[in-house]
Design a protein around this ligand. Structure first.
Ligand SMILES: Nc1ncnc2c1ncn2[C@@H]1O[C@H](COP(=O)(O)OP(=O)(O)OP(=O)(O)O)[C@@H](O)[C@H]1O
Ligand SMILES: [Zn+2]
Length: 729
């Protein structure tokens, strides 16, 4: 049988250690097979690996050590190995780093067993100390889910004795639960909402594609509130009927309960969840069940793409334009692109859903590579919001106020009518800049080339680059004059002050990722707002991401010009997407909605396009510009980010790279730079960027690999290659 290695035979093992190559070992007693998860000795340690193929050679066979043991986990399938290898090639990532993404669950090889877990009991403790209440709060937040002691202690911030005390009183139940229970099955044949209008045709087309099997990508473009979710859930239903597995990627799965609830209504059970907020116990269970084919439907963050599906039949990338699909640290990959790659290898369907697709996907549909389905109207009686600009040049606001009179009056009217208004400002914290009124000094981060942002809620200044914080200085750090430090510009916290003063009787909620201790708390707040728990919502971009606030009828954008500054090639596209998404939160039920955009340049072509609503015209114009400039999606790019504590070294290395551009020139590619990165220093490391541009068909990765391999990197210099960069910071 292929893939079987008899005891003592040489085999190649890929480990998760950063060694850059596959190592040879001897098959253990009983032999091993291709794809087996194994534990191998590496120096004094034992590390996780996968049997990757035959021996690599180049080692003294006499010195090859035997594999420690074959783990009791379903072997990695050929398809997954091919996916990791292709993704590694595409992103120029070493394979061990890819394998780490695919093994992010604890205790992979542990035999099925029980573990001690804790959950809420019935009794109320007689003595309710603050620590005890915290424990109960955490357990309540997890609903019925069981939690390990370590997780419980960490989340509640208490000692083990507190939990043990609660177990004695009966308020907390301690039990041995079997690990890795299968997920409740979903019933695809339950009656879902009946599709209407355009939805019928789109749903039928998607169901047919899934039923036929094989690879294909569909761009499901539907205006906000058109029911894209209901439509793609029909494709999920068909996938489940076929007995295959479906994966839905969502940008903020940790934040929204609504999606899970809708799935439960449709299929009678919730999907399995995979994201950073999921407990380790649940992660392990999900990983195992996905591999065993006993989790039919997974809803997850981008990293769910690396789960070991046994029979993947459908991948949905919801809000496919969302910038969070690009991982900007560690392995630099775009989940949308990797979803398409994975599906092509697995032979399954992909649905990219959005009201405002990325230009990449739009162009792929234009070129006929993707099928395109359109939902042109909102579901039911709901209509798209009326969008208008408020010309801020005529408003003459004092420097510490940001809400214009027309917007304030509109808010008043909505609140008086018992409806909700959303004020959108994409800036966390209280004020983006703290300045000394005596000397003009702006408070910066000690380790980064960035200004510190005041967060009044935290009572600290925070660096949004490295996370460092410091107290607000009383005296200016530069001129030492006291009492003259002042905030400049608005963040959501400062806007909340203005709102409280201007609308004293309204109930105000601020939604910003940093104002909540956990994703769970933020999720609860979003649910409470949807249920009518606030009159005025102030939010950063997290409110733009696919939430349904049924009572919301007015969206006010505080600064519609914010994203238009800067030279990012996607500035226009991003602003267009964000504005139309935020506006799309208004008027999703029976009452019509309005979106008011405060702008100092209402005649700017992008603002005009946003208001005009002719989306196809906008994409066509944007596409033409990019085509002429030869930039993505009509040309290829790679960003090279060099960083080092030594500023001269990093510039010298960059200059040397630029000089030795032979491998790039051979494929007709050009290199620009080196230039200081827009954020020229982070965590004490100086950052320099180069940009490589090539024609669409050019073999960019191979040339890049050859190019950077010409130079030996100094030990303290880091080089990252960002294929198809989304960020240029
Ligand atoms: N066929 C239908 N029957 C009943 N309700 C529907 C139907 N289609 C859509 N809806 C409802 O309309 C609302 C909007 O649908 P949905 O959230 O799927 O839209 P969307 O296109 O994903 O919007 P967005 O892009 O703004 O996130 C939801 O409350 C949904 O339950
Ligand atoms: Zn910093």
């Amino acid at each position: 049988m292929t893939g079987q290695f008899a005891e003592g035979a040489l085999v190649g093992v890929l480990t998760t250690q950063p060694l850059g190559r596959v190592l040879d070992y001897r098959a253990p007693e009983g032999g091993c097979a291709l794809g087996d998860f194994v534990e191998v000795p590496l120096g004094p340690r034992r590390v996780l690996g996968v049997v990757w193929g035959g021996p690599q050679g180049g080692f003294d066979p006499a010195k090859c050590r035997p594999i420690g043991r074959v783990l009791d986990a379903p072997p990695m399938r050929d398809e997954m190995r091919a996916f990791l290898a292709r993704a590694a090639d595409y992103t120029l990532t070493p394979l061990p780093a890819m394998l780490r993404l695919a093994t992010r669950a604890p205790g992979l090889g542990d035999p099925p067993a029980t573990r001690r877990v804790y959950r809420l009991g019935g009794d109320v403790p007689a003595r309710a100390t603050e620590a005890r209440l915290r424990v109960l709060d955490v357990l309540r937040a997890y609903g019925g889910a069981a939690v390990t002691l370590a997780e419980l202690l960490a989340e509640a911030g208490v000692g083990a004795s507190v939990v043990k005390g609660l177990v004695k009183t009966g308020a907390v139940v301690e039990e041995d639960a079997p690990r890795d229970l299968p997920y409740p099955p979903l019933n695809p044949d339950r009656q879902g909402p009946r599709l209407m209008g355009d939805q019928v045709m789109a749903g039928d087309a998607l169901v047919a594609a899934v039923a036929m099997g094989g690879y294909g990508t569909t761009l499901l473009k539907g205006v906000t509130g058109s029911g894209k979710t209901e439509v793609y859930l029909e494709a999920v239903a068909e996938c489940l009927r076929q007995g295959r597995q479906a994966l839905v990627l969502l940008p903020e799965i940790a934040l929204t309960a609504e999606f899970l609830e809708r799935v439960e209504v449709r299929f009678g059970a919730r999907p399995a969840e995979w994201h950073s907020g999921v407990t380790m116990t649940e992660r392990r269970r999900l990983w195992q069940m996905v591999a065993a084919g006993q989790a039919g439907f997974v809803a997850g963050a981008r990293s769910a793409l690396f789960l070991p599906f046994r029979d993947l039949g459908l991948v949905v990338v919801d809000e496919e334009h969302d910038t969070s699909y690009k991982q900007e640290e560690g392995v630099l990959y775009h989940a949308r692109d990797m979803a398409v790659l994975r599906a092509a290898i697995a032979g399954c369907q992909v649905i990219l859903a959005s009201a405002t697709p990325s230009l990449e996907s739009w162009a792929n549909a234009e070129a006929g590579k993707y099928t395109r389905l359109d939902l042109g109207a909102r579901f039911g009686v709901a209509e798209l919001p009326d969008m208008r600009a408020i010309d801020m040049r005529g408003e003459k606001l004092p420097s510490d106020r940001w809400i214009s009179e027309p917007l304030a009056r509109a808010v008043d009217a909505r609140v008086a009518a018992g409806e909700q208004a959303l004020l959108f400002l994409n800036r966390r914290g209280y004020a983006p800049v703290t300045i000394c009124r005596a000397c003009g000094h702006q408070v910066g981060c000690d380790d980064c080339d960035a200004r510190m942002v005041e967060h009044r809620f935290l009572k600290r200044l925070v660096c949004h680059q490295c996370g460092a914080t410091k107290p607000m200085p009383l005296a200016c750090p530069s001129c030492k004059v006291e009492g003259r430090m002042a905030p400049v510009g608005p963040g959501v916290e400062r806007l909340a002050e203005e709102v409280a003063a201007r609308f004293p009787t309204a109930r105000v909620a601020v939604l910003s990722s940093d104002l909540f201790g956990s994703a769970r708390a933020l999720k609860e707040q979003i649910g409470a707002i949807a249920a009518g728990g606030a009159d005025i919502i102030i939010g950063t971009q997290i409110v733009a991401k696919g939430h349904n606030f049924p009572l919301l009828t007015l969206v006010g954008v505080i600064d519609a010009d914010l994203g238009l500054q800067g030279s990012d090639l996607r500035a226009a596209e991003r602003t267009f997407q964000l504005m139309r998404q935020v506006a799309g939160r208004a008027g999703r039920r029976d009452k019509p909605g309005v979106a008011l955009l405060q702008s100092y340049q209402p005649e700017h072509p992008v603002i005009r396009a946003i208001l005009g609503g002719d989306e196809e015209a906008f994409w066509r114009a944007e596409a033409d510009e990019r085509r002429i400039a030869g930039v993505p999606p009509y040309g290829r790019m790679a960003g090279i980010i060099l960083s080092s504590p030594d500023v001269a070294q990093v510039f010298d290395f960059g200059a040397e790279l630029a000089r030795r551009d032979g491998p790039l020139r051979r494929i007709g590619a050009q290199v620009f730079g080196p230039a200081p990165a827009p954020i020229a220093r982070v965590r004490g490391r100086h950052r320099v960027r180069l940009l490589v541009k090539a024609d669409k068909g050019a073999p960019l990765q191979a040339a890049l690999a050859e190019w950077v391999a010409q130079l030996k990197q100094p030990a303290n210099l880091r080089l990252a290659i960002d294929i198809d960069p989304q960020s240029f910071l």
